[in-house]
Write a protein that binds this ligand. Structure first.
Ligand SMILES: Cc1ncc(COP(=O)(O)O)c(C=O)c1O
Length: 389
C-alpha cells in the first residue's frame, strides 16, 4: 500500500529518546538542553506590537489575491533587508515560502533529478537526510575540520564532486558547530562552484546571531553561477510558528531567470504561504529592529554564560562557536552515547551525542539558548556527571 519512501522513513526512536520517554512517564521533568526554540526560553517578539501588526495585516488581506512569488510588499521588505546588508538583491529576485525547510525541498526539485547529488557539510543538520529522501536526491557529505574551527575542507569538497553533482549547501552560521564561513571561504567555494557549474544553497537562518560582535559574510554577493539564499522569520524574529521564509536568487542573469520561472511554477502548484503573515512582513522588518538588537545581545550573553561555565571542566574541550544557537563539546576520553545517557539518567538533562550529526566520535552537542539562570543551574550538574564518569 505504501511507497518506498514512506516505508524507508524510520518510525523508531533511538535509545536516548526511549529513556527520556520512560523518565517522563515516571513523572520526571527533563531539561531539554538541545532545543533551539527560543520561544520556550523567554524570548519572543513583543506581543503588543505583534498583535498590532497582525490585526492591520488581517484587514489588508481580506481579499485573496495570491501571487506565486509572494506579495510585493513582503518581497520588497526582504530585498531592503539584503540591501541593508550589502547584498544586491531586488524584490524580483525574492520568492516567499512557508519556511526554510520547504525552501530546501523547492531547491532540490529545482536543481536535481532523482539520483543526482547535492553536497552538504559533515557534520550536518539532520533534516537534510529527510528532505533528500522525500525528493529523491542523494546527499554527499564534504568535511568540516574541527582543528580548524570547523572550517570547510575545500579540497575534500572538490574531490567529492561527480558528474551527478548539482549543488552545494553552505550552512553559515553552521548548525551545530557554530562555524561562520569567512569571505575567503565563500570566495573559494564560489570558484569551485563556477568551475563545476554548481549552484550554491546558502542557508543563513542564523545570520543575525554572530556571537563575537562580527557580521556573517553573505554568499549572495559571491560570483557563483547561481546562489539560492535561504532564510526566514523563524530565527530572525523568533517567530517559528508564523511560517514565513524566502529564497533570494542571485548569480548569472540567465540562471536567475530560469530559476525564477521554475520556482514560480513550483510555488504556484501549492500557494502555501499564509497571506496574513505576508501582509505582516513589511511591518515586522520595519518595527522589529529594536527587538532584534535585544534578542541578539541576549543570545550572546547566554552563549558567554554557557562558555564560561563549561570552560572549567577538564573532561571536555569546547570548540567555540562563532554563530548560531549550538555548540559542540569534545570529550577527552568518554564514550558519547554513554555520557549522554548518564547525564539524562542522573540529572534529567537531555543533550545529543555527536553521532546524531555525523560528528567524529567523542562529542556532545548542546544549545545555549536557555536563560542564563537555567544555564547556571543546569551546566554544573552536567559537568559533575562527566567528572564522575
Ligand atoms: C540550519 C537550519 N536550517 C533551517 C531550519 C529550518 O528553518 P524554518 O523554521 O525556516 O523551516 C533550521 C531549524 O532549526 C535550521 O537549524
Amino acid at each position: 500500500m505504501f511507497s518506498g519512501v514512506a516505508s524507508r522513513l524510520p518510525g523508531t526512536t533511538n535509545p536516548l529518546y526511549r529513556l527520556r520517554a520512560q523518565l517522563e512517564k515516571q513523572g520526571e521533568r527533563i531539561v531539554d538542553l538541545i532545543s533551539g526554540n527560543v520561544t520556550e526560553h523567554g524570548i519572543s517578539f513583543p506581543q503588543p506590537l505583534l498583535e498590532e501588526i497582525l490585526l492591520a495585516a488581517s484587514r489588508r488581506s481580506q481579499v485573496y489575491r495570491p501571487d506565486p512569488f509572494g506579495q510585493q510588499g513582503a518581497r520588497k521588505a526582504v530585498a531592503a533587508y539584503y540591501e541593508a546588508h550589502g547584498v544586491p538583491i531586488t524584490s524580483e529576485q525574492v520568492l516567499l515560502t512557508p519556511g526554510t525547510s520547504i525552501s530546501y525541498w523547492y531547491c532540490f526539485k529545482l536543481l536535481a533529478n532523482e539520483g543526482e547529488e547535492i553536497l552538504c557539510p559533515r557534520p550536518s543538520y539532520p533534516l537534510f537526510d529527510y528532505i533528500a529522501a522525500l525528493s529523491g536526491v542523494r546527499m554527499v557529505q564534504y568535511l568540516l575540520r574541527e582543528p580548524r574551527s570547523w572550517a570547510i575542507d575545500l579540497e575534500d569538497l572538490e574531490a567529492r564532486i561527480s558528474t551527478k553533482t548539482r549543488a552545494v549547501i553552505l550552512l553559515s552560521p553552521h548548525n551545530p558547530t557554530g562555524h561562520v564561513a569567512s569571505e575567503d571561504e565563500i570566495e573559494k567555494l564560489a570558484e569551485i562552484a563556477s568551475r563545476h557549474r554548481l549552484a550554491i544553497l546558502s542557508d543563513e537562518v542564523f545570520s543575525e546571531f554572530h556571537l563575537k560582535n562580527g557580521t556573517v559574510p553573505r554568499a549572495g554577493r559571491c560570483a557563483a553561477p547561481l546562489v539560492l539564499t535561504l532564510n526566514g522569520i523563524s530565527k530572525m524574529f523568533a517567530l517559528p510558528g508564523h511560517k514565513l521564509g524566502w529564497m533570494a536568487v542571485s548569480g548569472e542573469k540567465g540562471n536567475i531567470a530560469q530559476a525564477l520561472t521554475a520556482l514560480e511554477l513550483i510555488s504556484d502548484t501549492f500557494l502555501p504561504v499564509s497571506e496574513l503573515i505576508q501582509a505582516a512582513a513589511p511591518a515586522l522588518f520595519q518595527d522589529g529592529g529594536e527587538f532584534l538588537r535585544h534578542y541578539v545581545a541576549e543570545i550572546r550573553k547566554r552563549y558567554e554564560t554557557a562558555r564560561d561555565l563549561l570552560r572549567g571542566c577538564s573532561r571536555i574541550r569546547i570548540s567555540e562557536p562563532e554563530g548560531g544557537f549550538y555548540m559542540t563539546l569534545q570529550l577527552e576520553d568518554l564514550e558519547e552515547e554513554r555520557a549522554a545517557e548518564e547525564i539524562l539518567k542522573r540529572e534529567k538533562i537531555l543533550l545529543h551525542p555527536g553521532h546524531y550529526y555525523d560528528i567524529p566520535p567523542h562529542h556532545l552537542v548542546l544549545s545555549f539558548v536557555q536563560k542564563s539562570e537555567a544555564l547556571r543551574e543546569t551546566l554544573p550538574r552536567l559537568l559533575a556527571v562527566l567528572d564522575n564518569l
